[in-house]
Design a protein around this ligand. Sequence first.
Ligand SMILES: *Cc1c(COP(=O)(O)O)cnc(C)c1O
Length: 358
Amino acid sequence: MQFKKLFIPGPTQVHPDVLAKMATPMIGHRGKDASDLQRSISEKMRTLMYTTGKIILSTSSGTGLMEGAIRSATAKRAIVFSIGAFGKRWYELAKLNGVEADLHEETPGQPTLPETVDKYLLTGKYDTVTITHNETSVGIMNPAYAITDVIKKYPDVVYLVDCVSSLGGTKVEVDKLGFDICITSSQKALALPPGLSIASISPKAEARFEKVGNKGYYLDLKNLVKYVDKKDYQYSSTPSLSHMFALDFQLDRIFKEGLESRFDRHLEMAEFTIEWANKYFKQFAKPGFESMTVTCIDNTRNINVGDLNKELAKRNMQISNGYGDLKDKTFRIAHMGELTMDDMVEVTGAIVEILKLK
Ligand SMILES: *Cc1c(COP(=O)(O)O)cnc(C)c1O
């Protein structure tokens, strides 16, 4: 197998020291050591997420907690605001779980606008709203603060936010933003192997779980919170302890870099990549709403993305084609997790050379 430097929006590069932590010897998952490990992770996640809320872990990728969240938190009806493939996933999850939901989709490349959210919530039909903070399929970061200003007018609405590809790469102030359930995955900006997801839970979300009947078992968020509360930071079944060892260690590495430095590094990589995209192609995201962790590029030169990736592979690098319908029409370069400016200079330089761009 050829291991390439990954410029795809997940899984991302994992630091060798973090990978090594995945090989930590096992401990019993019902013992004090397991509680100490989960408590340590939770305290660090609270710092990273700027929240005093509860933290739950799930041995599933982020989609698992999205499924658990929409099912556990919707008593009446959910409104899903989608700006791409991952936004739409909330709606599919709702439908497949028998949760009443409506979908509002934007034209690809456009963000969710606060006034649109207001229009739906004004109807009083909804008790849950879902937003994608950073839509990986189109390289857009939604205007979270402006959307929050609208949602705050509706105190009975529970606010579910997909921060899978933003958390750890940009500041996500969960409490200030009023996110009731904020979800992330291990394999994006947190730069761990895939297979673990993490969410913050507000008191309002917890109160809502009480009002929802059939929540399943494995992804019942009330049950996951119960094991944290009543069993002193434990998990409802056997968790991926390997991921937990690695996450606990990676959070220390993240704090060692410093949160502001880490977010600045992502901002610098994003600005560089967007500028490069606009020099040779065109950015896909509406200007002003660019993602800090992944740039989606409009394939204005009609290049063959598959061939480009074959050439990049010879140089041990890999970028990402467009997602779903946007395949070949766009392509994506991620700049998150462990990547640095040097990496971005390397990958964009290689693309210029391969395609002989002028
Ligand atoms: C990757 C991604 C997901 C899906 O997460 P998994 O961990 O693959 O289940 C959801 N939303 C966004 C924005 C993503 O980037």
